[in-house]
Structure formats: structure tokens, C-alpha cells
Design a binder for this molecule. Structure first.
Ligand code: NAD
Ligand code: IPM
Ligand code: MN
Length: 354
């Protein structure tokens, strides 16, 4: 007899292609739950530029508290809309949830599922990198400001906040993940030759925490050289730990060398508590509304969410289904196919229900 496990998941479409890919993710989650006898309740939340422009508020404090308190996890499509040029709703919803729920791990796996997906000439089929991006500090806290804004004397500052506590917990999470999954190397990425203050803190903490993991190879790369090396020999990297902004940039690069943004999922995680899963990609206004967005990054988020909920067999089935859809050629144009977003979704949901 299969165990019935239950969970409550909030589903947020967001903007642009967000609602298109998250509709597929919800169908796949429902199908995977059905297959495994899991009781997963999905609630749809309208948090988007449309809602912000209509109501003048992106998310209330009560809504944020409710999401974090009453749900086991959330799935988010993407946020970003040209009608909100100051990105206020992204700050309040996405960054707001990251800060309020203290989602300090931004977990971004970039695995080359099929060698032909790589844009590189001679890719190593074993390429499989996980980025541990610090998600609550660095240049993202909003510290700083503008002086004499709008004049020719304007001054703008943006401060990078780095605490021992914040650095220690993300570095430890990276090492613990490496140890738990048998990965042999953890690489710190920073810019310690120029950003000397934060660099010194990250290097000290990396050495201190790393001393507890003597069986794991450890090295540090400057972010400029790392950008180069992720193209030259991405297979060298197994676990990468880095600051908020560098992790944002490098995870787009890591996604591209393993098949593109259409495939890259991510988890914003407070280990042991709440998590928000979202594709690495954004709202892609250039292709929104055309039905051609690749839903696989969002489906990959479903697999990450199921694993977070300890529904591991269902997570493995969803991952398997992603690879199968590509192998069968049921793929969107970014992967060289001609399927629409919903055709890919229907194919996956049917396969999981079989
Ligand atoms: P983007 O990731 O939206 O798009 C970059 C390029 O990749 C575009 O050419 C787009 O068409 C393509 N692309 C992205 N996802 C795809 C998919 N699933 N299938 C096929 N092609 C895909 O980045 P951008 O254009 O810099 O940002 C657009 C908006 O999204 C901005 O407002 C930005 O702030 C926001 N954004 C939000 C998130 C998020 O919500 N997590 C992440 C990144 C960017
Ligand atoms: C991401 C996005 C966000 C980030 C933006 C939309 C604020 O690019 O999740 O990668 O920079 O964290
Ligand atoms: Mn990003």
C-alpha cells in the first residue's frame, strides 16, 4: 500500500510567460500526485504586475505571512513587466518573500541532461553543477540611496552587506550538500582581489567551514575567471558557492551551457522550513503570449518542490519525464522543436498518468 502524504502548495503565475509555464507545472504536479497517491492541494494566488497596477499594492503583509505560514511551499512563474519600470512588485513579492521567510539558499542546479543540448563544441556529458547562491544579503538588501536624484549632481550608492552569520550558513549548506550527494569539489566564487572587505570575510569563512570537510576538494575562483571557465570547462565544477549578485549572473551562464534558460529550475530555500521554487528565467516579454515558452524549467521546479517535500519517487518521475520529453522531440523552439508550451505539458501529464 502506498503511503498518502499531504502538502499544500501556493501557485503564483506572475507576469509574461510566468502564467504559461506555471500552468504546465501545476498540471504536471497534479499528475505526479495522482500517480503516487499524494494529496497535494494547489491554491492559485494572483500576485502580478496586473494586480499591482489594479490595486496599487503588490502583496499585503497578511498575504506574505499567510503564504509562509499556511503553505508547505510555493511555485512562482516569473515577475517583471515593462509597465512597472521601477520593478516595485518584484521587490515586494519575490525579494520580499526571500527576505521575510529568510530563504537564504538559492539552489540552482545546472545539469547537462543530454549532450546535444549544450551550445559547446565538445561538451562533457558529465557536466553537472549546483550553484549555492546566497539569497538574503550582498547587493540585494536595498542599502544605499540616491542623493540629488534627477539632477546632474546625482549620487547613487548600493552597498554590499555581508555578515559572518549569512556567509557561514550558505557556505555550510554548500559543503553539506556536497557531502550528502557525493560531490567531490566545492568552489567559492568571489572578487576578493578588488572587493577586499567582503572577499576577506568569504575566504576566511570558506576556509573555516571547509576544514570540517577534508575529503572534499576546495578552491576559490575570481568571478571574471569563473565566467570564462564555465564556458571553457564547465565539467570541472560540482558545487559553486557565491554571493547574491554573482550567483544571479553565473546561474544564467550555467543554465546556458547546459541547455538554456528554458531548462533551469531554482529553489529559494530556508532549509527545514519554507521554500519558494521558480525558474531561473524571467518573464520573457519578447515571447510572452505566443505559446512557445519552454515549460521545462518550471516543471524542474516541480521536481525540486517534490524533493523538498520528501516525495522523492514523485520527484524522480518528474525528472525522468523531462528527459523523456526532450528525447522524444516533444520540445519548444528554444530546444529546436516545434511543440507549444501546452503540448509539452499535456504530453508530460499524460505520461505521468499512464
Ligand atoms: P528573461 O529570462 O525573461 O529572458 C531572457 C531571454 O531568454 C529572452 O530572449 C527570453 O525569450 C528567453 N527565455 C527565457 N525563458 C524562456 C523560456 N522558458 N523559454 C524560451 N525562452 C526563454 O530575462 P530578461 O529579458 O532579462 O527579463 C525579463 C523580465 O523578467 C525583467 O522584468 C526581469 O526583471 C524579470 N526577471 C524575473 C525573474 C524572476 O521572476 N525570477 C528572473 C529573471 C528576470
Ligand atoms: C532571479 C532574478 C531576480 C534576481 C530579479 C528578478 C530580481 O534575476 O531570480 O534570478 O536578481 O534575483
Ligand atoms: Mn536572475
Amino acid at each position: 500500500m502506498r503511503a498518502t502524504v499531504s502538502a499544500r502548495v501556493a501557485v503564483i503565475g506572475g507576469d509574461g510567460i510566468g502564467p504559461e509555464v506555471i500552468a504546465v507545472a501545476a498540471d504536471v504536479l497534479t499528475a505526479a500526485a495522482h500517480r503516487h497517491g499524494l494529496d497535494i492541494a494547489l491554491d492559485w494566488w494572483e500576485l502580478s504586475a496586473d494586480r499591482y497596477l489594479r490595486d496599487g499594492i503588490a502583496i499585503t503583509d497578511e498575504e506574505r505571512d499567510c503564504l509562509i505560514r499556511d503553505y508547505d511551499a510555493a511555485l512562482l512563474g516569473a515577475l517583471g513587466d515593462p509597465r512597472v519600470p521601477d520593478h516595485a512588485h518584484i521587490r515586494d513579492i519575490l525579494l520580499g518573500l526571500r527576505f521575510h521567510a529568510d530563504l537564504y539558499v538559492n539552489f540552482r542546479p545546472c545539469k547537462l541532461l543530454i549532450p546535444a543540448l549544450s551550445p559547446l563544441r565538445d561538451p562533457d556529458p558529465a557536466t553537472d553543477i549546483v550553484f549555492f547562491r546566497e539569497n538574503t544579503e550582498g547587493l540585494y538588501t536595498g542599502l544605499g540611496g540616491r542623493f540629488k536624484a534627477g539632477t546632474t549632481e546625482e549620487v547613487a550608492t548600493q552597498e554590499s552587506l555581508n555578515t559572518y552569520h549569512g556567509v557561514e550558513r550558505i557556505v555550510r549548506a554548500a559543503f553539506e550538500h556536497a557531502a550528502a550527494t557525493g560531490r567531490g569539489r566545492v568552489t567559492l566564487v568571489d572578487k576578493a582581489n578588488a572587493l577586499v572587505h567582503e572577499g576577506a570575510l568569504w575566504r576566511r569563512v570558506f576556509a573555516e567551514v571547509g576544514a570540517g570537510f577534508p575529503d572534499i576538494a576546495q578552491d576559490a575562483m575570481y568571478v571574471d575567471a569563473m565566467a570564462m571557465d564555465l564556458v571553457r570547462r564547465p565539467e570541472r565544477y560540482e558545487v559553486v558557492v557565491t554571493s547574491n549578485l554573482f550567483g544571479d549572473i553565473l546561474s544564467d551562464l550555467g543554465a546556458q551551457v547546459t541547455g538554456g534558460l528554458g531548462l533551469a529550475p531554482s529553489g529559494n530555500i530556508n532549509p527545514g522550513t519554507w521554500a519558494l521554487f521558480e525558474p531561473v528565467h524571467g518573464s520573457a516579454p519578447d515571447i510572452a503570449g505566443q505559446g512557445i515558452a519552454n515549460p521545462l524549467a518550471a516543471v524542474g521546479c516541480v521536481a525540486l518542490a517534490l524533493a523538498h517535500l520528501e516525495m522523492n519517487q514523485a520527484a524522480a518521475d518528474v525528472d525522468e519525464c523531462i528527459v523523456a520529453s526532450i528525447r522524444e522531440g516533444v520540445a519548444t523552439p528554444d530546444l529546436g522543436g516545434s511543440a507549444t508550451t501546452s503540448v509539452v505539458g499535456d504530453w508530460m501529464a499524460a505520461r505521468l498518468r499512464d
